[in-house]
Structures are given as structure tokens and as C-alpha cells.
Design a protein around this ligand. Sequence first.
Ligand code: K2U
Ligand code: ZN
Length: 171
Amino acid sequence: MATLTIINYPDPRLHTVAKPVLAVNDEIRQLVSDMAETMYAAPGIGLAATQVDQHIQLIVIDTTKEQNNLQVFINPKIVAKSGLTEYEEGCLSVPGVYETVTRAENVRVEALDENGKKFTSDAGDLLAICIQHEIDHLLGKVFVEYLSPLKRNRIRKRLIKQAREFEKNAD
Ligand code: K2U
Ligand code: ZN
């Protein structure tokens, strides 16, 4: 097991479109394990492979309080959605930023599990929001892109300043 480095916005690598996983093998299962460890340590309730600089269609999610129900989605595809809901979202790649985003209230998602078996899941509530947030990451989209250009640029400038200060203090 290993915790992986999470890329921070506005790193351009976050805008990479992830490629489909062609074979669910031990290498993929090791990445699932490392991503889960990284997510729990953050702490977060979801993590996309894009965020750890692995540009393949893989997300891990655990919305339980007990952090004991890891869900793995490989090559996830939303095949149906309904309703609308608003939620104040955060993102492990955009530390300290919480903004309201409107998304579908319910989604039906098709994916492969960590054994390569196809499954379909109907999700609502926080799970539905998280699935959409993570699939956005696989499409190279960060949630701040739903905000106004003014807000997004303020966030970008603040995070660049924070990163520079962090690097200066590390020297
Ligand atoms: O992709 C990520 O950065 C992980 C997010 C997932 C997420 C964002 C917004 C709404 C739901 C899920 C992190 O888990 S952000 C931390 C967090 C923790 C609890 C609830 C919501 C967000
Ligand atoms: Zn995120």
C-alpha cells in the first residue's frame, strides 16, 4: 500500500482526458489499493485516477461515515440521469475551496469492478454527486469550471500564490 501525491489545481495535468482501462489486472488492483489509501488519508469520499496523475478511467468512492464500503468504478459511464440537486462541493485537488454546484439528483452508472466484471448501479444523494464529480475528473474537468470566470480566476491566483509560498518555505 502507498499514499500517492494528489495534483493540485491549476496543474494542467488535471485537464487530461483519461483513457479506458483495457485489462483489469493486478497492476490496476494495486492502483485501486493505493488510491483508496490516499483517499482515506486525505480524507475524502472519492478520488479519480487523474488526480494522482494516472490518466485511466478509474475512480474510487466511499461515502460511508465508517469508511468501510469502498466502491470501485472502472470505465464508468452514466447511462441515465434524472432530477437536479445543489451541493456545496469541495475537491482534494482544490484545497480550501467550497462552492455550490448543480448536478443530476440521480444517476445510473455502468462500470467494471476490480475483477473486471460489468455492473450497473443506481445512485442518489451524495453518492450520485460524487460519481458525477469523479467522472468529471476523468473527462479532465475540475468543479471550479462550473463557477464564474471571475470566481475561478480568483481561486486560480490564490492557489498559485499558496503553492509558491509553500515551495519558498520548503527551501
Ligand atoms: O474528487 C475529489 O476531489 C474528491 C472529493 C469528492 C466529492 C466532492 C464533492 C462532493 C462529493 C464528493 C472529496 O471527497 S472532497 C471532500 C468531501 C468530503 C465529504 C463530503 C464532500 C466532500
Ligand atoms: Zn475533485
